[in-house]
Design a protein around this ligand. Structure first.
Ligand SMILES: [Zn+2]
Length: 404
């Protein structure tokens, strides 16, 4: 476990907030800065800026609101064992700044609390990335496109993330296509598009049983020929969901804030991703508003393929390094896509081809050096010292200096 409030924990929370489509949607029209102050002096702050939510160490420049509490209270709220409201009413949490602004934005903070619960201590789950989603979209398209929709039903209160348009606007019309954008699946009907985000444990599969209360069931599409598709999510935490949008889905949440799909980047597109950004490339590649579709596994594989340190400063890559990075992105995605296309269903993370991800201790297939890793709470950065860091081993206990 990471220490609550440590730099590594803040990094994990930032990671969780960044990948959270529901949080991006809830914060699309908001800007505020929440500063967290622990009575032992630890501080971090959350910057909500119109769909982008980042968590940073240290004090905020101009916080909208400040939460002051002791470490035990903050940790209990983060775990979900206590609520900020309850702690405030008991006097264990003090609020400063524009408290009215906070009340108006309560939904965003609830959502961020959910993200906090996820970040620390979670084992690396099977997260589908662009190749898995793209191949799955191809399979669903081949099997279901052209079939009329008979009904759509959300099976939980939280599965459907939009109020309008109504999903019934798709009923009676054919599924035109199943496609993808970043890590989202798109089911396109003439009047509306269903945008499905699987998050970590979500799956969209043929529903053979069509039982009344399917295990983990979130939503069901029933077709006129009697078949159905079922969206499920493993685990107790329900983060996957369905957005119904009319018009161009690219212009609307949850897709509007996404960067370009990684497999479509050209040299100019990659320059736009990198220029002016002083963050580590491993993190930048996974930042969906910057470039869409790459997760933890692909980021590891792409950095290795490009012979770049995962902690290399994005904006300082030279022309040759950028060319290698672009080639790495295209090759790693193409190889994963080719593998996924041989399958009947999405692979698990460990089945996917690769050189470094989840292979710490094994020999590098390129040079034979031992694959190393830097452990974060929510994910692992894997790399080959000889291929990527001029032989330098990045020890776990030096991680924090790379976060600065
Ligand atoms: Zn190597």
């Amino acid at each position: 476990m990471l220490t609550f409030g440590s730099d590594e924990w803040i990094d994990a929370l930032d990671e969780a907030a960044r990948d959270d489509a529901a949080l991006a949607e809830a914060s699309a029209s908001l800007d505020l800065v929440v500063e967290q102050v622990l009575t032992d002096g630890t501080r971090w702050h959350v910057v909500v800026d119109h769909g982008t939510v980042r968590v940073r160490p240290g004090p905020a420049d101009r916080p909208t609101v400040t939460f002051t509490q002791d470490r035990a209270t903050a940790a209990a709220i983060a775990r979900g064992d206590d609520s900020a409201q309850g702690a405030f009413l008991r006097g264990d949490l003090r609020l400063g700044g524009d408290v009215g602004a906070l009340v108006a934005r309560a939904g965003v903070l609830d959502r961020l609390t959910d993200a906090q619960v996820t970040a620390p201590g979670s084992d690396e789950p099977t997260v589908p990335e662009l190749p898995e989603i793209a191949a799955h979209a191809e399979r669903l398209d081949a099997a279901y496109a052209g079939t009329d929709l008979a009904a759509f039903r959300a099976l939980t209160f939280t599965a459907l993330k939009t109020y309008a348009p109504a999903p019934d606007e798709a009923v009676g019309a054919p599924l035109e296509a199943v496609g993808h954008r970043g890590k989202h699946l798109l089911l396109t009907f003439p009047a509306v598009t269903f945008v499905v985000h699987l998050m970590q444990g979500g799956r969209l599969k043929p529903d053979e049983k069509q039982s009344a209360k399917p295990r983990g069931g979130l939503a069901r599409w029933t077709f006129a020929d009697g078949r159905a598709l079922l969206l499920t999510e493993a685990g107790t935490e329900k983060r996957a969901g369905v957005w119904v949008v009319a018009g161009d889905p690219d212009d609307q949440e949850p897709l509007a804030h996404l960067g370009p799909d990684a497999d479509l980047l050209d040299a100019a597109g990659l320059d736009a991703v990198l220029d002016g950004r002083s963050t580590r490339i491993h993190g930048l590649l996974r930042d969906q508003p910057v470039v869409a579709g790459i997760g933890r596994r692909l980021a590891n594989e792409i950095c290795h393929r490009a012979r770049l340190s995962p902690f290399a400063n994005a904006g300082r890559l030279d022309a040759d390094e950028r060319a290698r990075l672009l080639q790495g992105i295209h090759e790693c995605i193409a190889e994963s896509l080719a593998y996924e296309r041989t399958r009947d269903d999405m692979s698990s993370s460990k089945q996917r081809p690769g050189a470094v991800h989840h292979r710490a201790g094994e020999p590098c297939p390129v040079c034979g050096d031992q694959i190393r890793s830097v452990e974060y709470n929510a994910y692992t950065v894997s790399y080959c010292p000889t291929c990527q860091t001029a032989g330098k081993v990045l020890a776990d206990n030096t991680t924090s200096k790379f976060l600065k």
